[in-house]
Design a protein around this ligand. Sequence first.
Ligand code: NAP
Length: 252
Amino acid sequence: MINLSGAKVLITGGSRGIGRATAILFAKAGCNVAISYLRRNDAADQVKQTIEELGRKCLAFQVDVTCKNSINNMVKKIIKDWGEIHVLVNNAGIWTYGEIGKMSERVWSETMKINLDSVFYFCNVIVPYMKKARKGVIINVSSTAGIRGEAFHSHYAASKGAIIAFTKSLAIELAPYNIRVNCIAPGWVDTDMCTEVFKDKEYRKKIEESIPLKRIPPPEDIAGPIIFLSSPLACHITGEVLNVNGGSILFV
Ligand code: NAP
C-alpha cells in the first residue's frame, strides 16, 4: 500500500535506533537512503549493507550534525549523485541529565547544538532544493518531553519543544511549495539512548506500567509512523505532531 519507489531520503542519525529502523523501512518501501552518523562506522556499515541487500542504494556519511560546513558538503554530494532529496528526516539527537541550578552551560549548549541547531542547518540547506522541485517532505523527531516537559532533562525538553515550533512555522512557510513539514513525538523507545535507564529492571517495569499500552516499543514502531507521514497517504497533513507513545501523554 505504501510505495515510495524511487524517492531519495536523507536520515540523520541513521546508524542506530530509530534512525536505523527508519532507514531500513524506507528501503523496504522502495527508496534510496542516505544516512549520517557520528562515530559508529560498524553500525552504519551494517545499515548500508542491509539496504543494499534490499536492492536499494545507500550513502553513509560520518558527519557531526553540529558542523554546518560538513552538512553542506554532504548535501552537495547527495545532490550531485542523486539529483534531489525528497524526504529529510531530522532524527539525530542526544538525551543527557541536567538538574537546574547545577547544569553547566556546556551541557545546555551541547544539547541545543545537536538536537536543535542541526535541524535548522539541514532544513536551511535542503529546503532550497525542495522549493526548486516544488515538492518535499520534512519529518523532525521531537519527543513527548517537548510537549509536556521532563524533570532533570529541561534542556532536552526545551530543544524538543523548539523543534515543534520550528516545524509548525516551516509548515506554513513551505506549504505554497508543496513541502510538508511534520513532527514525530515518541515516548520511551527501546534504543541505546535508554540502555542505562532500562538496565534497572524494576524501573523498566515501572515505566511499562505507566504506559497505557503497557509496553516499551522497539524503534520499528516509530519508523512506521515516519514512513506514513512521508507517504502520499499523509498528503493533507502538515504542521502536525504525531504522538507515538502508547497513550502516555494522556496519563500525566
Ligand atoms: P540512539 O539510539 O542513541 O541513536 C542516536 C543516533 O544519532 C546515532 O545514529 C548517532 O550516531 C547519531 N548522533 C548522535 N549525535 C550525533 C552528532 N553529533 N552528529 C551526528 N550524529 C549523531 O538514539 P534514538 O533513541 O534512536 O533517538 C533518535 C531520536 O529520537 C533522537 O532525536 C531522540 O531524542 C528521539 N527520541 C528518542 C526516544 C527514546 O526513548 N529512545 C524518545 C523520544 C525521542 P552514532 O551511531 O555514530 O553514535
